[in-house]
Structure formats: C-alpha cells, structure tokens
Ligand binder design. Structure first.
Ligand SMILES: [Zn+2]
Length: 594
C-alpha cells in the first residue's frame, strides 16, 4: 500500500558554508531514507531550506560588510549548490526569506494567539544610555552566566550553545561604543509551553518502542520542566509580528527559531504551488495515513520533539486551553523524530573559527559524493558521537568501495563483456549458484526493514554482506580458470551479474550515482534513480533565488529484477577511485593550517 511520507529535513543556517558534520546529521540520512521510501512505492515529499533570520546572520553580515539579506543570498546559494552536489533529493529546498514563508509563519502565530497559547509579557530589554535607542541582542556582549565564556551575545552563547537574554550576561557591554546598557521594560510574546504538558506527555508516551531511545528519553525529560518561551526578539531582521500596533514596528520580530521550525509547513505549501496544485500539500499534513519523519542533529531535538509538536497542537486547539484549528485546518504532528549524534573531526569538535573543519564543497572537489555518503552511512554518528578520521575514510573507500564492491562489478562485467559480449545465459544451476541467488533476493526484505526504521548502518552492512558473499562465490568458482566449458563459465557470470544487479538496487539509497552507472552498464536505459537539480525561481516577479528540486520517479524499485540473457555489455569504467594513503598526511596538514 502506497503511503504519503513527509521527510522534513533540518534547515541549515545560512551564516556560512556547511561542513561534513552538518550533512552527516541531517543531510545524508534523510536522503537515504527518502530514496528507499520512493523505491518502496511510497509518495515522498522531502522539504527543507536555508534558515536565514536571527542575530548570527546579522553579526556575520556586519563582519562581511553586507546586509543580512545580502549575506543570506550568498550562503543560500552556496548551501543549495553543495547539497545538490551531494545528491540530496529534495522535492523542494527553499529559504525562510520568501513571502510565502512570512505568510505561513504569521498564520501559525495568529492561530496560537487566537487560541490563547501566546501571551504578551513585559521583560527587561537593553537600551543605549547615551542615545536612548534599543540595543538589539547582537550589539550586546558579555560573559556567559552558564559557561563563563566572555564573548557571549545577548541572545546566545556560541561556546555552550545556550539561549540567553541580554540581562543574563555578566558585565554586559555595547559592541557599538563599549558602554554598559541600561535595561528598561520591553514587551514580548511568550509561548505558553506548560499548557501543552499533558498533550505532549500523551503524544511522547505513544512513541515508546518506535523512536530511537535516546531521542525519546531526552524529550520525556524535558516535559518535567516546561517554561513559557519567548517567541519574539528586539531585532529588525526577521518576520514581523502580525498584530495591530506590532506589524509596522521595525524593532520587533518573531524569534528565529519560531519562524524556522514552521519552514517544514511553508516549504510544503510552496512546493504544492510550484507543482501546479496548491492544495497538494494537505495529503502529507492532513491525512491520518500519512507519516512525517524529521531528521536533525541532536542539538535540535528540543525543537522537533517538543516545541514544534506544541506549536501544532496549539494551532489545532488541542492544548489545555482548547480552541479550534486556524484557517489552514488541523495539522499533523511529527510521526517520528530521527536524530543523529555528533560527528567530530580527528578527535576535535568541528569549528569554523578554530579551523577544525572540512566544508562540503572542499570535500567534493577532492573526493566523490558517493564516497562521502558511504562513509557517513557506515561510520557516521547514527547512535553515538563518532569521530571522522582521514585514515578511516581512506581505508573504507579503498577496502569496501573499491576492493569489495567496485571490484565485484568490474570483474563480473568485464569478464562477461570480453568472453560473451552480452549477459550470458544461466544453464544447469548448481546448489552454490542457487544459494547465492537466493541470498541476494532475500536481502531486500532485511535491508528494507532496517531502512524503514532509519537503521542505516545495519542496512548498509547487510547490503555489503551480499557483496562479500558474491566475492567469495567468484573466488570459489574461479570462472577465469574455465577454458573449455563456456556454458558453465557463462552460468557463473550470469549468477554474478544478477547479484551485482540486486546489490546495485540494495545500495541505491546510499550510492545513487554509482548505482545509476551500473544500471547503464547492465543495459538499462532511462533514469534509474533521479538526481536533484537547481532551478532559478522567483515570487511574482520578485528577486530570483535557487531552489533544489527534481524528478525522482525513475525506474528504481525495491525488488529483485531478473537480468536478461543476451543484453549487450560494454567494458565497464571504474566506479570508485582508489585513494593514495598519503592523502591522510596532506589532509591533516591542511587541517593544521600548513
Ligand atoms: Zn556559554
């Protein structure tokens, strides 16, 4: 039965290029999952975009001498290009600075407000004593009250990652002129999170045995201490507050986390409009049979397992204060929150400022997308924090992709091409032949079950077990030694090519580019697994921007397909590149800034 599957992928923040730690958390796992679900016959909608509001964008724009919009334009494009190069099959990758997104974010705010889940609160805000003007968060610096870092900003500490209020800072100073800000009363909007304690508790308890245990445990722990949370800030870059007396104020905006998390919905609505059926998004958001899967790094669990469901419950009128759904109608909460742990780099935390970093673009200039996708799938931070090392990358590339998989494909196809020029027929199969054929056919069930549960490591390892068994089979059968029995030699190669074809299908979610090549080598025509592209679009003649989209309904289906004897074969081209072990030292030297 075909199901509607929403793949909601965390929104990369557009204050700089993304590194491989980022894409190991949200990017590759969500794409492996989506490609599998499409192959299994489900209707996937995979959406995301760049998150472009908030103080860090303004701070970086100041540094680079750009407007916030100019900075967001620059990195929106860089990130969209990098994610496309990695082969991530978004149906729509957009951005939060679209008019559509503003309208949807404001609609969710109004729905919550009308149902009584948003209330104003007077807090203390910073002003400059010399000018009397409001000092936005980004212009205040001080010592973090939590970790003691002395470069914390008014809204956040970049060292420990905690959200702050300017008044929390120890020894706050204006970054404009160094004076100590004065704190006066200022009004903000708060989300009444405690009003969702009960409905969130019931929701999360119902996920026992379904979600990854670390995610569920973390979310359940948060329930014990739900506090009202500010959803507006003193800043001029963001989505205006859609209420009379607020909408035209230049110094108040919705808090960046609030508008960004609504992006899953606004991107779905934008995708529907671009697809020509503006109501099409409802099949993923207002459908009891649809499933919504959210992919992110673990630092974002709170927003996806707690706050986003609360916003949706509130919009639907399903919290302690009741209410009724807003004008979009009742919206579905996440079915599953799939969070990754952290990736470190040669034992250190990724850090752009401390140069412990390898950006996606730099990586893909030197190595293939499939090599990175494979490493993240087999050795990424799925269940625990994991260290990326260049030596492991080289070992896995050379030992697993080149020596095991690439070699199986290459020697099977080249031997068949040389001796037969086509896929030879299988005659008089032996027990060993039948055992291997059965082995790869039954792998579809096992590997598919792991993929459906987002157990990517298990899935890729089980697929590679088929590859290893096929190599063992060839080593035992030694078709290259058979000189005077072409029928037997042809049968062995037929079996090997059938298993290559099956393994190519099993590996398609992880290695789409190389599986597409194998599809062609074995005589396939047309598209096997679609790849993403960038389109330039605009909103009603406004400034153009890049989106990632694509057609992904290729021939790839999650099943064994019998190969046809007599199909012409050409000598194969190598699938993967063997890496010289000395690149380890080169990369480590680069990392050390040499
Ligand atoms: Zn801190």
């Amino acid at each position: 039965m075909s199901q509607h599957i929403l793949t909601a992928v965390a929104w990369p923040y557009a204050n700089g290029p993304r590194h491989i730690g980022h894409v190991s958390g949200f990017g590759v796992p969500s794409d492996v999952f989506s490609r599998y679900q499409r192959m299994a016959g489900n209707k996937v909608l995979m959406v995301s975009g760049t998150d472009e509001h908030g103080t860090p964008i303004q701070v970086q724009a100041d540094k680079e001498g750009l407007t916030p919009r100019g900075l967001a334009d620059r990195y929106n494009r860089v990130i969209a290009e990098d994610l496309t190069a990695l082969g991530l099959s978004y149906d729509l990758f957009t951005r939060t600075t679209t008019r559509n997104h503003y309208a949807v974010a404001q609609e969710i705010f109004l729905g919550l407000y009308n149902n009584g889940y948003v209330f104003p609160k007077t807090t203390l805000g910073a002003v400059s004593p010399s000018t009397g003007r409001t000092l936005p968060d980004r212009y205040i610096e001080g010592t973090c009250p939590i970790c003691g870092y002395d470069g914390a900003r008014g809204d956040q500490c970049d060292n420990c990652g905690n959200q702050l209020d300017p008044i929390d800072l120890i020894n706050p100073k204006s970054r404009i002129n160094g004076e100590t800000p004065k704190f006066i009363e200022t009004e903000h909007f708060m989300l009444d999170l405690p009003a969702f304690a009960e409905v969130l508790g019931t929701y999360l308890q119902g996920k026992q045995g379904e979600w990854r245990p670390n995610v569920l445990k973390f979310a359940l722990n948060l329930l014990g201490d739900l506090q009202p949370r500010a959803i507006s800030r003193d800043l001029d870059w963001g989505v205006p507050i859609p209420l009379d007396g607020w909408r035209d104020r230049s110094d108040k905006r919705l808090y960046v986390w609030f508008d960004a998390v609504i992006g899953y919905l606004s991107a779905s609505i934008e995708w529907a409009r671009r697809s020509g059926d503006p109501e099409a998004w409802r099949a993923w958001w207002q459908n009891p049979d649809a499933r919504g899967y959210y992919f992110m790094g673990k630092d974002n669990i709170v927003f996806h397992a707690e706050i986003w469901p609360a916003l949706l419950f509130g919009y639907n009128g399903e919290g302690a204060r009741g209410g009724s759904p807003g004008s979009l109608g009742r919206l579905d909460v996440p079915s599953e929150v799939v969070s990754s742990e952290f990736l470190t780099m040669e034992g250190k935390k990724f850090s752009s400022s401390r140069s412990v970093v390898i950006y996606v673009r730099d990586f893909l200039e030197r190595y293939s997308a499939d090599a990175l996708r494979y490493y993240i799938s087999v050795a990424g931070p799925e269940n625990q924090d994991t260290d990326f090392t260049w030596s492991e990358f080289v070992n896995r590339n050379n030992g697993e992709l080149v020596a095991a998989w690439g070699n199986l494909v290459n020697r099977s196809i080249s031997m068949a091409a040389k001796n037969f020029g086509e896929i030879p027929a299988a005659v008089d199969l032996t027990d060993a032949d039948r055992a291997l054929l059965a082995r790869s056919r039954t792998a579809f069930g096992a590997v598919g079950a792991e993929l459906a549960r987002s157990r990517f490591k298990n899935a890729v390892n089980e697929a590679f077990d088929v590859v290893r068994d096929a190599n063992r089979y060839l080593a035992e059968q030694e078709p290259w030694k058979i000189k005077d029995d072409p029928a037997r030699q042809g049968s062995i190669l037929h079996v090997a090519l059938q298993v290559v074809d099956d393994a190519k299908t099993l590996l398609t979610p992880f290695l789409p580019s190389s599986s597409n090549k194998i599809f062609e080598m074995l005589g396939g025509s047309g598209v096997w697994s679609g790849m993403p592209r960038i389109d330039e679009v605009d909103e009603d003649g406004g400034p153009s921007y890049p989106i990632i989209t694509g057609e992904y309904d290729g021939a790839a289906t999650w099943e064994h397909r019998p190969i046809q004897a007599g199909t012409r074969l050409a000598p194969p081209t190598p699938l993967f590149t063997k890496l010289d072990p000395k690149i380890v030292d080169e990369e480590l030297a680069r990392l050390a800034g040499e």
